[in-house]
Ligand binder design. Structure first.
Ligand code: PNS
Length: 164
């Protein structure tokens, strides 16, 4: 039976830290589903469909990674639908762990889905989507933190229409 992992998140936008975790997870699991999920607790900047496209372009051709969105129910329902028993999340620090821990416990209760935490590569440990949004909104160069396609998107013609 193929071991499938789901990597959920807002990815608003995807960062080099996310990509590092996604690629490393793809080296461990047979199949990785990157799932762009609407988080009602956060005000989104980029439309979900565009976030999916940005991740796909940043990853390029991959053997065992699919990128999808999910907005119709519990994350564990998606996991069960595709036969995934594991959620993968990156944790950069204790604040991340505190944020992730209740979700991991609830997801295990709701759907018997285990969450596996991966440490970031230290060079990405300070990078977050919110930091990228703030730097971009103030006209700074986000090139060190995001793939080229995201930088171009944030600094291109679409930028004035975004909720920066
Ligand atoms: O990148 P984020 O915003 O921290 O990701 C949080 C996310 C989207 C993974 C989380 O909010 C989530 O899983 N939402 C789906 C709804 C759900 O299943 N909620 C109950 C378990 S937390």
């Amino acid at each position: 039976m193929p071991q499938i992992a789901v990597i959920p998140g807002s990815f608003d936008p995807v960062t080099n830290g996310h990509l590092d975790v996604i690629r490393r997870a793809a080296g461990i699991f047979d199949e990785v589903h990157v799932l762009v999920v609407h988080n009602p607790d956060k005000q989104a900047m980029i439309p979900i469909a565009r976030r999916v496209e940005l991740i796909e372009t940043a990853l390029g051709t991959t053997r065992n990674i699919v990128v999808r969105s999910w907005s119709v129910g519990l994350l564990v329902d998606y996991c069960t639908d595709v036969g995934a028993r594991v959620i993968v999340k990156g944790v950069r620090n204790t604040a991340d762990l505190e944020y992730e821990q209740p979700m991991a416990i609830v997801n295990r209760h709701l759907g018997k889905i285990e969450t596996v935490f991966m440490m970031p590569n230290p060079e990405h440990a300070h990078v977050s989507s919110s930091l990228v949004r703030q730097v971009a909104s103030l006209g700074g160069d986000v090139a060190p933190y995001v793939p080229e396609v995201v930088r171009d998107f944030l600094q291109g013609d679409m930028a004035p229409g975004l909720n920066l």
